[in-house]
Design a protein around this ligand. Structure first.
Ligand code: GLU
Length: 311
């Protein structure tokens, strides 16, 4: 890898289960945006939430990516092996007075209003010190009042007031695991990521990450948030909503469907094209500004595409 490329993107799946159509969309979008800029595309296993990431899924994900014709640059970063690094960054924030220990339990926060992503806005209980007789459970980052805006290449300007919309957020969880927000910011910085292309379910996390980047003195990458595939109930495709794993024996239809989902209008005849043919068309035609400016979109009916093929 070159020292400081103009474009370095990444795909950062959480190995909670095998790859499904929703994760394929993020992989396709981030890959094409990187390659069409002559950039690098790195891979990261976001297994920081270890209890939710049973072993073996990482291998399944790599195999599915290969079957779908993806090639990545450099070493794969694995979050569960980076705890010492996260600890070092948290220590620096402790030293700077940017974080504080928090004794609050879920029950303590139950009465607080809901914030931007449905979680409670932290009411500031332990901000000025732990209440007498209580012990630290988690560590939280002190957030400022006032607007913090991020210009997203797909979704436009996203402004949040972290104090009002989120509150001081957790960097080290009560169960001892580091929080995604800390891991992702440290990893994006350490991997030298210049451009983050990912699902819009993370749009509301971006202001938090931009603020944390500031606290750690690292650069804020460019962001582009792609629409997230939802099922007929409007739920994000995920392991919890029983999204189907991608079919490695027949990668073409899902790739073509992902391109269509991202507004790229692949030719109808592509349903029978080979994986290299699909990628060569996609690389020649990819345009980020065709991606729908939507946070969610219904997932295409992959079953019916498969059935048509067989008839
Ligand atoms: N690990 C997250 C996911 O699989 C993606 C995080 C990110 O791209 O920042 O949804």
């Amino acid at each position: 890898m070159s020292a400081s490329p103009a474009y370095r993107g990444r795909f950062a799946p959480s190995p909670t289960g095998p790859l499904h159509f929703g994760s394929l969309v993020a992989a396709v979008g981030s890959f094409l945006e990187a390659r069409s800029h002559g950039g690098e595309w790195l891979l990261r296993m976001e297994d920081v939430d270890e209890p939710r990431c049973p072993p073996g899924n990482d291998v399944l994900i790599l195999r599915a990516l290969e079957a779908h014709g993806f090639a990545w640059d450099g070493e794969i970063l694995v979050q569960s092996r980076r705890k010492a690094r996260y600890r070092e960054c948290l220590d620096a924030l402790v030293e700077a007075g940017s974080v504080f220990p928090c004794a609050c339990t879920r029950a303590d926060l139950a009465g607080a209003p809901a914030g931007i992503d449905g979680a409670h806005v932290y009411p500031g209980t332990c901000r000025g010190g732990l209440p007498a007789g209580r012990e630290a459970r988690a560590w939280r980052l002190r957030v400022p009042e006032g607007e913090l805006a991020v210009d997203d290449a797909v979704q436009g300007r996203i402004a949040q007031d972290l104090a009002r919309d989120v509150g001081d957020f957790v960097l080290l969880r009560a169960d001892g695991y580091f929080a995604y927000q800390l891991a992702v910011v440290v990893d994006d910085a350490d991997q030298g990521i210049t451009h983050v292309v990912r699902g819009a379910d993370l749009l509301d996390s971006t202001a938090r990450q931009a603020f944390l980047q500031r606290c750690l003195g690292v650069a804020t990458p460019e962001y582009a948030h792609l629409p997230v595939a939802v099922n007929s109930a409007g739920e994000k495709l995920s392991k919890q909503t029983l999204a189907r794993a991608l079919d490695e024996a027949s990668p073409g239809p899902a790739l073509v469907a992902a391109l269509g989902f991202l507004g790229q209008a692949p030719p109808e005849a592509f349903r029978r094209a080979s994986v290299p043919e699909i990628w060569s068309w996609a690389l020649a035609h990819w345009q980020l500004d065709r991606v729908p400016r939507r946070r969610t979109l219904p997932a295409p009916g992959l079953e019916s595409a498969g059935e048509e093929e067989r008839s």
